[in-house]
Ligand binder design. Structure first.
Ligand SMILES: [Zn+2]
Length: 423
């Protein structure tokens, strides 16, 4: 009898001991993920608690004290992980605001299968593509300040980034669809915003209501509202207000589509060549993933929810894998090296380096888009060779007149995505 009791208590001890070991390793894993990937300035410690019970997010009061806002116990970790990607942020925030736990959402599991048939078949794979910016002409490009215009080697160079990104996205869409993928673009036409209309149409039809509702939601104050409605120039309306709404609309569209992966397409410039009135010799590629929150970037509930999701899920880890495949493809196909962190101040100030050319950065879209998402910045448009290449309309593919260089960029995205999915 005594031996039996001893055996039972020994087994119980082993069990408790291994449970504690498990909790210790979870605590270690999530703490080190925050330190290495999410907290750029090592200043976010008051916003989270990781202890023997679970992971908890804290909010700040007006008096600068912190209180527990929401979180997850270790025993419910796996379910809550899945819920964060399954439900939209509005539903999740409603649960947080009501003081309830995520389990009240009544999640039941559905398996979304990802597979590749044969060599390159992408049937069953859903891919979202966001062509960065809006402009389809120089006038709109000047409004969003995303263009290159100067004379070089007796040639007048005029490049609109929104045109390059849309052409790249459309070619990539065709390439992926040929292999059976289902592809969604956040905007499909020149000058089209994520709301499906031009900025000018949006100003006429939606601007006033949008400002009113932003004010009601405390996203802007009365003073900002009055400024926008009475004094702001179109450029100020665009840059201080509309741009953010357009970004959120892009994220909303992508999340509703629930893709297996999302690709945000941009073309870069040399940061140190400011005003971009002359060409630069420099040329690099870089890819951003989510993470690297700065110290003032957990003030809003939606930001704390995004932080929590990025911490719990393996979205960032998967995104890094996609990013690494893409940067390799960009390097090889475009013959342009990956950026190291010395090439631009924003890489040291705002980013956490993950590997050569791959950086965690807390951009609106890397933060709000759920699942696997990368933000590509290929080539410097103001580079001496690229500015000439990118200005030419010297090829046509799928009925799209474009530069042969843009076609190569689309192909590089395609190859990078395929090599990621194959693994
Ligand atoms: Zn851009």
């Amino acid at each position: 009898m005594r031996i039996l009791l001893l055996t039972i208590s020994f087994n119980l001890m082993c069990l408790l001991c291994s449970a504690q070991k498990n909790v210790d390793s979870l605590k270690h894993f999530y703490t080190s993920k925050i330190e290495t990937l999410l907290d750029k300035e090592k200043a976010l410690q008051p916003y989270y608690t990781i202890n023997d019970s679970g992971i908890f997010i804290n909010a700040k009061t007006k008096e600068n004290t912190f209180y527990r806002e929401f979180g997850v116990e270790w025993s419910k970790l796996d379910t809550v992980k899945k819920m964060l990607n399954h439900f939209n942020d509005d539903s999740l925030l409603a649960v947080i605001n009501s003081g309830k736990t995520f389990s009240t959402l009544g999640y039941s599991e559905t398996n979304r299968k990802q597979y590749i048939e044969n060599n390159k078949k992408l049937s069953g794979i859903k891919i979202a593509i966001d062509p960065g910016h809006i402009a389809g002409d120089m006038k709109t490009a000047m409004l969003e300040k995303k263009y290159i215009q100067f004379n070089y080697n007796n040639q007048s160079i005029a490049i609109v980034e929104g045109v390059l990104t849309l052409q790249t996205a459309l070619i990539l869409k065709h390439r992926l669809e040929e292999q059976g993928a289902k592809v969604m673009l956040t905007r499909e036409k020149p000058n089209q915003t994520a709301f499906g209309i031009t900025f000018k149409e949006w100003l006429e039809k939606k601007f006033k209501n949008a400002v009113d509702s932003s004010c009601k939601l405390n996203e802007i104050n009365e003073q900002e509202k009055t400024f926008l409605l009475t004094k702001a120039t179109q450029r100020e309306m665009f840059r201080t207000y509309f741009n953010n709404l357009d970004m959120r609309q892009r994220a909303k569209k992508i999340n509703e589509f629930a893709p297996d992966l999302s690709v945000i397409i941009h073309y870069n410039v040399d940061e140190k060549n400011t005003e971009w009135k002359k060409p630069t010799e420099k040329n690099y590629n870089m890819v951003f993933t989510a993470g690297s929150f700065l110290k003032a970037e957990l003030e809003k509930p939606i930001d704390r929810l995004s932080f929590f999701r990025l911490l719990l899920t393996d979205d960032t880890e998967q995104s890094t894998k996609l990013a690494e495949n893409l940067i390799n493809s960009f390097t090889g196909k475009l013959n342009v090296p990956p950026a190291d962190s010395t090439v631009a101040d924003y890489l040291t100030k705002y980013c956490i380096a993950e590997s050569k050319g791959v950086y965690a950065r807390n951009l609106t879209l890397t933060r709000l888009v759920k699942g696997v998402v990368i933000y590509g910045e290929t080539l410097y448009q103001d580079n001496t060779a690229e500015c000439i290449q990118l200005s030419k309309l010297n090829t046509e593919v799928y009925g799209i007149k474009t530069s042969a260089r843009v076609r190569q960029v689309a192909e590089a995205y395609y190859e990078g995505i395929i090599s990621y999915l194959k693994k």
